[in-house]
Design a protein around this ligand. Structure first.
Ligand SMILES: Cc1ncc(COP(=O)(O)O)c(C=O)c1O
Length: 452
């Protein structure tokens, strides 16, 4: 066996030895659920770790292993798990019934927090997921402008709706420019007619599309910080440039802040001082319960008013349910500027520690920070867009897979693509411990890191 085979074998053996209960559960689960887990993002080989308890910054699996949770529900659990204020709000609501089918006061209280915090948001409608929010954002833009085409970014993730499936992961088959394609089976080709795609961060490419077809384009839609596709924080001038393009051509600008809303009280747009016409939210605004929201200009959001003839019919059995609303209020009330600043500083410390280790090991990797998040890229090359990030992942797949497993072996949960998100209960001591564990894991799997 060579060093690479030995390293992978040792990591897998350690994982199996630590997680017999998860293995047994995965085997039973697979009888009832394809792959044994209901989300593609949380499944990984050889089997995922099954979690029993979440408390603060920790997760506990069924074998009793305790982890520092740096995944935090795909960045959504900004307060970690079972935050006392959120639990208290939930318990009170559970006693009163969780979803009444008639509006509750909590609905407009949560909407008010979003309106107060986000300068571009004048009115809000709630959904059950970020996917639904993005779907309705596109629909609203089309209804408002009377145009059909949405321009999105290669590798931009906006949930599971058909239109969002175009280039949902980056087009690694073509170099610049990316080609429009449907990333998952089951979506009809005809939707391609009404979508266009350019590279994230490439203002000139967006300008070319707008100059050619601007009068048919309903909206440009993007994450103002590319979270799902690689953790890329563009310069403010890029976002301002897209704003100008939309204004010039009468198109709407949609910011998907489902992840980036954790970057400041007013979202990524608040930092850039760029006002989109519509914004989608999810994740942290639900305090751990499924939620989505669409907010924006009153004249556009008016389309959702059922009193207006020819508007958009938007309902949903669980939409605006009181449990999600009270959880969201408790979550947002506990996101203060001080809490964000502290997490950002902690993330910077973590990035510095991990970056130093990577340098010391001399491996082909890099640690980058974005607000309260850190990404480990399996490359030293510049990551300018989602394609760069995905290509690096594909070229160094085994290293990333084994790093993820070795982190679990050492008691750290992160997203398998190398994304780490902090939570408010983390103290500096927790970050220091997490840094030590990440460095130790990197050292163990360093031999697997490929040069390219
Ligand atoms: C940027 C972005 N938009 C939309 C979504 C979809 O949200 P949900 O998973 O709640 O449907 C996600 C989910 O990860 C996301 O990261």
């Amino acid at each position: 066996m060579n060093i690479k085979e030995e390293t992978a074998k040792a990591v897998l053996e350690s994982y199996s030895a630590r997680t017999p209960q998860s293995k047994a559960m995965a085997e039973v689960a697979e009888r009832y659920i394809p792959s044994g887990d209901t989300r593609a993002i949380s499944w990984f080989a050889p089997y995922p770790t099954f979690g029993e308890v979440g408390r603060g910054f920790e997760l506990v699996d069924y074998d009793g292993n305790v982890y520092i949770d740096l995944m935090n529900l795909m960045t959504a659990a900004i307060h970690g798990h079972a935050h006392p204020a959120i639990v208290a709000a939930q318990m009170e609501q559970i006693g009163k019934g969780v979803s009444h089918g008639i509006p509750a006061e909590s609905q407009y209280k949560l909407a008010k927090i979003l309106v107060d915090r986000v300068a571009s948001v004048e009115k809000v409608r709630f959904m059950n997921t970020g996917s639904e929010a993005c779907l309705f954002a596109m629909r609203a833009a089309r209804a408002f402008t009377g145009r059909d085409i949405i321009l999105k970014m290669d590798g931009g993730y906006h949930g599971c709706s058909d239109y969002a499936q175009t280039n949902e992961h980056a087009d690694v088959m073509h170099q610049n420019p990316p080609q429009l394609f449907i990333a998952n089976k089951g979506v009809p080709d005809l939707i391609l007619k009404n979508m266009r795609v350019v590279d994230y961060g490439d203002l000139e490419a967006a300008r070319r599309v707008m100059d050619a077809e601007g009068d048919k384009i309903a909206a440009i839609m993007l994450e103002p910080m590319l979270g799902a596709g690689g953790g890329i924080n563009p310069p403010d001038s890029y976002l301002a440039g897209l704003r100008e393009l939309c204004d010039k051509h009468g198109a709407l600008l949609i910011f998907d802040e489902v992840i980036s809303f954790r970057l400041s009280l007013g979202g990524r747009q608040g930092l850039a001082r760029v006002k989109p016409d519509l914004t989608t939210f999810g994740k942290i605004i639900g305090g751990g319960i499924g939620i989505g929201a669409l907010g924006g200009r009153s004249d556009i959001m008016r389309l959702f008013d059922p009193r207006i003839a020819g508007g958009i019919n938007h309902s949903g059995t669980f939409t605006g349910n009181a449990l999600a609303m009270v959880s969201g209020i408790a979550s947002l009330e506990n996101i203060t500027q001080g809490a964000l600043d502290r997490m950002d500083a902690q993330a910077s410390t973590l990035v510095a520690v991990v970056g130093k280790k990577i340098k010391g090991l001399g491996i082909n990797a890099a640690a980058k920070g974005v607000g309260s998040m850190m990404v480990i890229y399996p490359t030293r090359r510049e990551i300018a867009n989602s394609r760069d990030a995905l290509l690096a992942m594909l070229k160094n797949k085994q290293f990333m897979q084994m790093l993820h497993l070795e982190l679990l072996n050492r008691g750290v949960v992160c997203l398998s693509r190398g994304l780490f998100a902090l939570s408010t209960p983390m103290t500096d001591a927790v970050i220091e411990e997490a840094g030590k564990r990440i460095c130790a894991a990197l050292e163990t799997v360093a031999a697997l890191c490929e040069e390219f």
